[in-house]
Write a protein that binds this ligand. Structure first.
Ligand code: ADP
Ligand code: MG
Length: 579
């Protein structure tokens, strides 16, 4: 409820549409309400006196009312749609923008499946609720109230029938609405499950196929899908039973109206047409009540959606911009970790413990260690994808929290462990690192990443299109483009997280050569499980269980670090001389 109130302000820019939609709806309702009244006059005055001219005149009046009503209805639809669609577009824009600012921690806590459901399903549900509120929620009550008023003034003799039947109708609607509200809450939960499962299956479809687990996944999906359909069925069935019950009550009202009406007609105090008009109004009242209750249910259904949208919009971004920012025109790229501790969750165990080291500007730092020892986590702290729990990280002697985020990140070329490319051309993907790079910068970046050879083998070269997830490239090709994207920035600090794992030895040494030659002033972090990738580094950090076990050059580590010796032994094929 509160969430809805806060989101309503998104309708403010479209206030005119929000006012016009119900106004047009009023026109339609008034015209609808006129019809039985005109018909009654037609019968009681026109047909009773066999006055054909009068009948035709009233017939034309009815037609005119219908046309005006139609215009009202159309106007109302158009303006309701305009306000609701603009409303949801604006919310979607803001939600998307907000998710863009999310830190990794924020994204982890929502999960991508839920974020997709929020930006699609939830916003659509809300949009639907707005449209229905602006149209039906005006129409239903107006039809009801209008009919009651007209019956009071034109058929007061029959009013007692309403005094009995209306409370009964309202009681039934109330009872059914309450019940169906609960059922629809369950439907929503089942819908969430289906969406999450669907998202997960689509994302992992290749793995599912590779492991031949389609049947298993199909059964899993069927389970949640059946749950959804069962719950939907119960909810719909409930609504379906409401209709005959309502009809029954209305028909009782019709019988009572006829019975009472005939007595009054015989007494000479009522005309026949009034009875027919009354029956019409009784039906209109019922429809008005039912449609109002439908809208109420739809609104109730949109509350959880509104809450989730607001939760997204009001999430606190935990990687904050500095209060007092420090901007340096040119960074040198000296990186220092001072007693850094980090854990992914507040009460989880520390993934990084007491990390301290200094990477001098322009030097190459190798990081090696077993899987899960915290290598990727360590480098993720440099562009502030996560912030340390304690300790500090400094670039050129200044805490990175004091640099504006975009300034900090613009100075860093980051090649993540998992090469993520986007659908689009190769050129677009590389230029992602620097939009207005010159073509020679482009050429040089792909050359350094040993990518120019495979690109030149495509008929359309740089214009070659990548599919979603770059599934039409090999793992090594993806890695090379991912590196080109970082190289093109000519970053002050370059992070290569295991980015040559799928590349042949020859290409890798070409990359290393290019790094030494063309990126001399860049501070480079190379994470690798292969000693050959880091053997020439100025300093190598050996990670173990979240700690730096030893650091030094290759030669020094061979002397002092047993872990390093062990890795070297398995990779060089010969035992290290401990002598
Ligand atoms: N997003 C995350 N949320 C929670 N735990 C994580 C996350 N990413 C990594 N970890 C955990 O942190 C530890 C270090 O991971 P990582 O830095 O990726 O290791 P490495 O790169 O050395 O293989 C592992 O135990 C891993 O399970
Ligand atoms: Mg890693």
């Amino acid at each position: 409820m509160k969430a809805m109130k806060k989101l309503i302000r998104y309708l403010k820019p479209y206030l005119w549409y929000v006012i016009l939609a119900p106004l047009f709806m009023c026109i339609e309702v008034v015209m609808d309400l006129f019809q039985p009244n005109i018909m009654q006059k037609m019968i009681d005055t026109g047909i009773a006196n066999q006055d054909n001219g009068y009948v035709i005149k009233l017939g034309l009046l009815m037609l005119l009312c219908a046309i005006i009503g139609l215009i009202g209805g159309m106007g109302s639809s158009i303006y309701a749609a305009k306000s609701a669609v603009n409303f949801s577009t604006d919310i979607r824009r803001d939600v998307f923008r907000k998710i863009g600012q999310f830190s990794n921690q924020n994204i982890d806590s929502f999960g991508t499946g839920k974020l997709i459901t929020i930006t699609t399903n939830d916003i659509t549900t809300l949009q639907q609720a707005v449209i229905m509120t602006l149209r039906i929620f005006v129409r239903g009550p107006l039809l009801f109230i209008g009919s009651v008023i007209i019956v009071w003034f034109t058929a007061r003799e029959l009013f007692p029938v309403l005094l009995v039947s209306i409370p009964v109708l309202i009681a039934f609607i109330y009872f059914f609405s309450m019940k169906s509200g609960k059922l629809y809450a369950k439907v929503q939960k089942a819908m969430d499950k289906v969406n999450t499962k669907l998202q997960e299956t689509l994302a992992g479809i290749r793995v599912i196929k590779a492991f031949d687990r389609q049947e298993y996944e199909k059964e899993n999906f069927n389970k949640v899908n059946r749950l959804l359909s069962n719950r939907l069925m119960s909810a719909e069935q409930l609504i379906l039973t409401l209709m005959p019950i309502m009809m029954f009550v209305v028909n009782l009202g019709v019988v009572a109206g006829l019975w009472l009406g005939v007595i009054k007609v015989n007494e000479g105090t009522l005309q026949v047409g009034v009875i027919l008009a009354f029956i019409n109004y009784l039906n209109i009242m019922m429809n008005g009540l039912i449609s109002s209750s439908h809208v109420l249910m739809q609104i109730a259904r949109s509350f959880p959606s509104a809450e989730r949208i607001l939760l997204t919009l009001e999430t606190k971004i935990d990687i904050a911009e500095p209060v007092q920012s420090f901007r340096k025109s040119e960074l040198k790229g000296e990186v220092e970790f001072r007693q850094v501790n980090f854990s992914y969750s507040k009460n989880g165990n520390n993934v990084l413990r007491n990390i301290s080291f200094t990477a001098e500007s322009g030097k190459t730092i190798g990081i090696i260690g077993t899987t899960g020892s915290g290598k990727s986590t360590l480098v993720k702290l440099i562009p502030r994808l996560y912030d340390p729990d304690s300790g500090e990280i400094l670039i050129d002697g200044i805490n990175i929290k004091n640099y504006p985020l975009e300034h900090l990140r613009a100075s860093i070329g980051f090649v993540p462990q998992k090469a993520t490319l986007f659908s689009g051309t190769i050129e677009e993907n590389v230029r992602f690192g620097k939009e207005y790079a010159t073509s020679s910068e482009l050429e040089q970046a792909v050359e350094s990443a040993a990518a120019s050879e495979f690109i030149s083998r495509f008929d359309d070269k740089f214009a070659h299109s990548l599919m979603q997830g770059a599934t039409n490239l090999s793992g090594g090709q993806k890695q090379r483009l991912s590196m080109s994207r970082a190289f093109i920035r000519r970053p002050t600090i370059l992070v290569l997280d295991d980015s040559t794992s799928a590349i042949d030895a020859l290409s890798e040494s070409a990359v290393q050569h290019a790094l030494r030659k063309s990126y001399k002033n860049t501070t480079v972090f190379i994470i690798s499980s292969k000693i050959s990738s880091i053997i020439n580094a100025d300093q190598i950090l050996v990670m173990k269980d979240g700690e730096i076990e030893a650091s030094g050059t290759h030669a020094e580590l061979l002397e002092i670090s047993e872990t390093y010796q062990a890795i070297y032994a398995t990779q060089s094929g010969k035992e290290v001389d401990h002598g």
